[in-house]
Structure formats: C-alpha cells, structure tokens
Design a protein around this ligand. Structure first.
Ligand SMILES: *Cc1c(COP(=O)(O)O)cnc(C)c1O
Length: 337
C-alpha cells in the first residue's frame, strides 16, 4: 500500500516518465563543462527565471551558500530572517566557510522583513563593523507568498542602500503559481535566486542558482571548492529539466489539496486547529496535546506520515492526490471519534 507522506515535499519520488528521461540523458563530464544535459538545464533555467546565467547545484543549501560566498567577502554581513532557512537551517555555512556574519531580524507575520528594522541594522562604513553587503528574503516562507509590492519596495530599498539582494526561492514556483505570475516577473527583482528542483517539482536531487554571468562564474568556482562539482550529472539534470518543463502548473493541485486538508481539519475544531489557512502547499496545525503522539502513531499504522509534535507542519506535493486527502481526513476523524 502507498504511503501518504505529509512531512515535506522533499519526499517525492521520480515518476516513471522522469526516470525514463534520466535513463536516456546525454551526459559528459560537467566539471569540464561537457555535460550537454546540465548545460541545457542551466540555459533553460536562466531563460525561465530571466537571468544571464544559471548553475546546477547539489542542493538548495549549496545554492544559497554559493550565492553568499560569491556576493560577499570575508568580514561582510548579510541581513536575513531569524527563522530563514539560509540562517537557521544551513548549519551556519556562510559563517563557517565564508567568514560572513549573519545579521538576523525577526520576520513579520507575513514573511516580510520590516524596512525600519533592516535600516537600524545596516552598519556604517567603519572598521569597527562588518560590512553590510546583502539582504536575503525567502519566498514562499512557511508556505506564505511574499506580497509582490513588498518585493518591489525591497528591491528599491536595496538599490538605495547599496545592498545586494538574494532570494531563497526554494519554493518560488509555488509562490508564482499561487499569484498567477510569471516566475521571472518576481525573480528579476533580485540579483540572485536559488530554486529547489527536489521539492514540489519532484526531481530527486538538485537546485538552480541564477544570476549575472560574472556572479555565476564565481559561484561555479565556489561550487568546486565546496565539493559540489559533479561529473556525469546530466542524469540528475534531466530530471530537473523534466520537472521545470512539466511540473510547474500542477503545483496548483498541491495548493488545492492543502486547502482541502485544512478545511477538513477545521471541522474537527475541538481536536485540532489550523493555525493559518494555507496559501500554497504548506501549513501548520496544532493537534490536541494529550493525544498528539498517539495520533501520529495511529496515522503511521494507516500508512500516513506526519511529523510528531503539538504543532505539525503539513505539506502537500505531487505524490499526494485528492483522494489521499479524503482518506487522511477520514482516518483523523476516526481517531478522534
Ligand atoms: C528546502 C529549503 C532549502 C534548501 O534545502 P536543501 O534540502 O538543501 O535542498 C532552502 N530554503 C528553503 C526555504 C527550503 O525550504
């Protein structure tokens, strides 16, 4: 029987069609620049996201790290959300490997960073201080879509303050599909953007980093330095290309499924509370504390995986269908009745 896994959209497995294009991919040594499929993916992504160049990276963590290493020097600083992936969930890589200091700021409830709070943290040019070099945003953030007007303001703000502007767009396509916008209308407001192929898009491995040609040259060097130069990577790039060509529009189905799950959970309001209604494919719900572990175990026995805890992150993706949502809601209802 199938497992319905709500823990993350990273759990998707390549479909037969995706596996077929992987098996047939034309490959070469990408460290020599000889892999035609990687080159095709990079050109396709650069065009799709509106940049001069793109780089295929082993992970989103790698793409964000390469961005920071390429934009910043030792002794520089980047401003970032306190709960941002690039600050909190990447092992402090920019500090560990780049001597780049993070300056975290609390996110506002909509996933934006407040311009007054940012301004207060920008350090004057003085040898006492790190050089404030870059602002990093995340879209979507915890499933929330950053308001487009805010991004436009932030882009202007960065120009005015002389800051570089990076987007951790691990789930940018969820945001653009939700807003019914072209991805490049959002991404081109930034100096660089990282995008995960291995989440809702359904590829097994890899991310894309986009920027201008000089920036991507630097990032390519840092990718090699940090051990991310891959050889016949076209087998993986083929999956990424397939994902970009076929799996973007269908993200809307994941958003619908998340909404359906949230609406269903809301009818069980004495046992469970949806914290905020989902905008994309991810939301949080709190389950009754006294039985939250039992719920998790019970669902596991029914081939449904959710993370443990009182507040649970629920994520939909291409391996979860509408009937899986019906089945899940029925099991949760049974558990509480
Ligand atoms: C998943 C994710 C990343 C990158 O994660 P990897 O597991 O390294 O691919 C970066 N930012 C955000 C917001 C993410 O959700």
């Amino acid at each position: 029987m199938k497992t319905i896994d709500f823990r993350s959209d990273t759990v998707t497995k390549p479909t037969q069609k995706m596996r077929a294009v992987m098996a047939e991919a034309d490959v070469g040594d990408d460290v020599y620049g000889d892999d035609p499929t990687v080159n095709m993916l990079e050109a396709y992504a650069a065009e799709l996201f509106g940049f001069e160049a793109a780089l295929f990276t082993p992970s989103g963590t790698s793409a964000n790290l390469l961005a920071l290493l390429s934009h910043c020097e030792r002794g520089d600083e980047y401003i970032v959300g306190q709960d941002a992936h690039t600050y909190k969930y990447e092992g402090g890589g920019a500090a560990v490997l780049g001597s780049i200091q993070p300056q975290p700021i609390e996110f506002e409830s909509d996933g934006t960073l407040d311009f007054d709070k940012i301004t207060k943290k920008i350090k004057p040019y003085d040898f006492h201080f790190a050089n404030t070099r870059l602002l990093c945003l995340e879209n979507s953030h915890n499933g929330k879509v950053l308001p487009f007007d805010y991004i436009k303001e932030a882009s202007k703000f960065c120009h005015k303050k002389g800051l570089l502007f990076h987007l951790d767009g691990a789930r940018l396509l969820n945001a653009s599909v939700k807003s019914e916008m072209k991805a490049k209308d959002i991404t081109t407001l930034f100096d660089s953007v990282s995008i995960c192929l291995s989440k809702g898009l359904g590829a097994p491995v890899g991310s894309i980093l986009c920027g201008n040609a000089v920036f991507i040259d630097k990032a390519r060097r840092w990718r090699k330095v940090t051990g991310g130069g891959m050889r016949q990577a076209g087998i993986l790039a083929a999956a990424g290309l397939y994902a970009l060509e076929n799996n973007i529009d269908r993200l809307a189905d994941d958003h619908k499924n998340a909404e359906k799950l949230a609406i269903g959970l809301n009818t069980l309001s004495s046992h469970c509370q949806v914290i905020e209604n989902p905008q994309t494919n991810m939301f949080f719900a709190s389950f009754r504390k006294d039985t939250s572990q039992q719920l998790c175990d019970f669902l596991k026995s029914k081939n449904i995986l959710i993370s443990a805890g009182d507040v649970v992150r629920l994520v939909t993706h291409l391996d979860i269908t509408e009937s899986d949502i019906d089945y899940t809601l029925k099991q949760i209802t049974d558990f509480y009745s």
